[in-house]
Every structure is written in C-alpha cells, then in structure tokens.
Write a protein that binds this ligand. Structure first.
Ligand code: SAM
Ligand code: SF4
Length: 326
C-alpha cells in the first residue's frame, strides 16, 4: 500500500509528536514564558498514538520520527517506543531530541528499538547554548550525545538552527566537529513561526555553503537513503559530513514526503497549513478504517508547497514549533 498525494509525491514519513512539553525553552521554538500547554486530557494517550501510527503504516507510512516538545520528558515513552517499533510494516523508527536526558535514557532507547537519533545542538559555547535554550546546560547535551554513542547508535545527525548574529559565528566550529567526529551536522534555516522580522535572523543555506567553501575544500555527497531534505557535503578528509536544509529558500516542497500528527491529534499535510485535521473524533468513534481513510484524505489535500515567496505576512498564522514537532 502506498500513499501518493495529488502532486504525485509518495508520502511515507510520519512525524509523530508525543508531547508539547519541554525541558528547554529555545527562543526560536517557544515564547519566554513557555507556550500555552495543552491540558493533559487533550494529549493523546499512548494507545491512541499507537492507533494513529498503526493506521498510518497500514496506509503506506514506512518511517516514523517521534518528536515533541521533548519526547523524552513524557512518562512511559520507552515502553511506547518499543510497541511502536514492533508495528508490522514499519521500516524505520527514529527520534529527535535535545539530548538533555540521553545520559540516563540512551541505553533504554536503543533497547526499545529506536534506530537513529537526531539531536538538536545550536551552539558549542556554554553561554550561547544557555542563551538560545533559555537556561539549558551544554554539558548535559554533550554528555547525552556521548552516552548515545556508547549505547551503540549509528553516528548522530546534529541539527543546528542558524540565526544571524546569534550562532552563525560558530559555523566553522561545527565544520571542525565533523573533522573529528563522524556526525552529520545539518544547518537548518530558521523558520518563521509568527509573522515578523524573521528574515533578519534567517540565513539562506546557499550563504552558509559559500561561507564554508571560502575556508574548506568541500565535496558534494550523493543523496543517501537517510539524507531527507538535506543536501550533504563533506570537508575533504573529515570523518563526518555536513547537511544544508534550506527549508525556506530551497526547493524543498516538491520532494516533501511527510505527514505530521501533533500530540493533540491534529494531522497536518504541511507545517504551514493552518491547524490541520482533528483526528480525535475518529479515535473516539473507535473506527480504525475511517481513521485510515482520513489519513489518506489528508495526504490527498496536501498542498504543493508553503508558498512563502513574495508574501510579506508569513506564516499565515502563528504557531509554536514545540506544539507541532518541527
Ligand atoms: N525537542 C526536540 C529537539 O529540540 O530536537 C524535538 C522537537 S523540536 C520542535 C524539533 C526540531 O525543530 C528541532 O531540531 C528544532 O531545532 C527545530 N525547530 C524548532 N523551531 C524551529 C524554527 N523556528 N526554525 C527551524 N527549526 C526549528
Ligand atoms: Fe524544546 Fe526542542 Fe523546542 Fe528547544 S526546539 S524548546 S528543545 S521542543
């Protein structure tokens, strides 16, 4: 069974958010006071999340990324992941985390069947890390990353959201990191979550690449099975690699293969497509065939792209990434 949208794209990747809570408060993701949290009763139970995942896989999803908020703060996450990983037909179970709790949980995640980790790490300087995350400790994230390596995960993907004047001075430090370690460091264009002067912050991927190429000899890598939307490069002789994710300026949407479901059961075909479709009434009705049909309908209604270019007010409605899962 495959899920093909009305533009001929094969949708095989589900980003499943399990919580809107987080132990950090990243400036690009949440307001200072923290986003308005969902009341507990509005967050899908693990049973319902599993039903959504099961029907999505039955419809054609092959890869699930568990995200949040911070997925590792949700109590009971490890047994949930173990059940998710056993869904017949699911080929890849991966997770995105800020790494803070990996020190204590990496081994459990590996045992639960999580295959790979994406770890967000926006600075290698303790003060900048703390400023971006509003109080996070860099040492916790770094020891988490190390614990996950020891637990036997394949080389991590490290996600860096670049912001002009905040952490773009560290681009070369991250490049150096790939010379020493086998990580795939991915520079992500800052995405606006509310209308405003976000263009002042956002750094086009093309500029990042030019800045790196001025200093290093870089080789383009062939698109790999796990490269997703990133264009990947390697600095000659480096152990690891670099990725550029031009979420805003690039030709990203034409090959989009994703579907998103939030912790509150809202399914979205596109990050920027409004509130999405509420799956809770279908979950409450207990009819999984209808649930699967609704997933197909959402894929059919997936827009061609986010149509950001030329729009002064973008995004059309503000939201917090922590509530959707990135
Ligand atoms: N807490 C986990 C983490 O930070 O990795 C998972 C959830 S977080 C919302 C998922 C991803 O979204 C992270 O890699 C984060 O950097 C990214 N993200 C959040 N807000 C963003 C923004 N405004 N622009 C680009 N990426 C963003
Ligand atoms: Fe939390 Fe991740 Fe958002 Fe940072 S990016 S506030 S770690 S959900």
């Amino acid at each position: 069974m495959s899920l093909i949208d009305s533009y001929g794209r094969r949708i095989n990747y589900l980003r499943l958010s399990v919580t809107d809570r987080c132990n950090l408060r990243c400036r690009y993701c949440m307001p200072a006071k923290g986003a308005q949290m969902l009341p507990h009763h509005e967050i899908l139970s693990f049973e319902d999340l599993l039903r959504v995942a099961e029907q999505a896989v039955a419809a054609g999803i092959r890869k699930i990324r568990v995200t949040g908020g911070e997925p590792l703060v949700r109590r009971g996450i490890l047994p949930f992941l173990a059940r998710l990983g056993r869904l017949p037909g699911l080929q890849e179970l991966v997770l995105t985390t800020n790494g803070i709790l990996l020190g204590e949980m990496a081994r459990g995640l590996k045992d639960a069947g999580v295959q790979r980790l994406n770890i967000s790490l926006d600075s290698l300087k303790p003060e900048t890390f703390s400023r971006i995350t509003r109080g996070g400790k860099l040492s916790d994230a770094l020891s988490g990353i190390e614990a996950a390596e020891k637990a036997g995960f394949p080389p991590h993907k490290i996600n860096v959201v670049l912001m002009r004047g905040v952490n773009d001075g560290e681009i070369m430090d991250f490049v150096e990191l790939t010379r020493e370690r086998p990580y795939n460091v991915r520079f992500i264009e800052y995405m606006p979550t509310h209308s405003g002067n976000w263009r002042a912050f956002s750094i086009p991927g093309s500029e990042v690449l030019e800045r790196i190429a001025e200093r290093y000899l870089i080789e383009k890598l062939a698109p790999g099975e796990h490269s997703g939307p990133a264009s990947n490069f390697r600095v000659r002789g480096a152990q690891g690699s670099l990725g550029i994710i031009s979420a805003m300026t690039g030709h990203f949407c034409g090959s989009c293969n994703r579907l998103r479901v939030t912790a509150a059961g809202m399914a979205r075909g596109c990050l920027f497509s409004g509130d999405g479709v509420d799956l809770r009434p279908l979950l409450a009705a207990g009819d999984d065939t209808l649930l699967r049909q609704e997933i197909r309908n959402i894929v059919q209604a997936k827009p061609a792209g986010h149509e950001m270019k030329g729009r002064a007010a973008f995004p059309p409605a503000s939201f917090h990434m922590s509530g959707i899962g990135g």
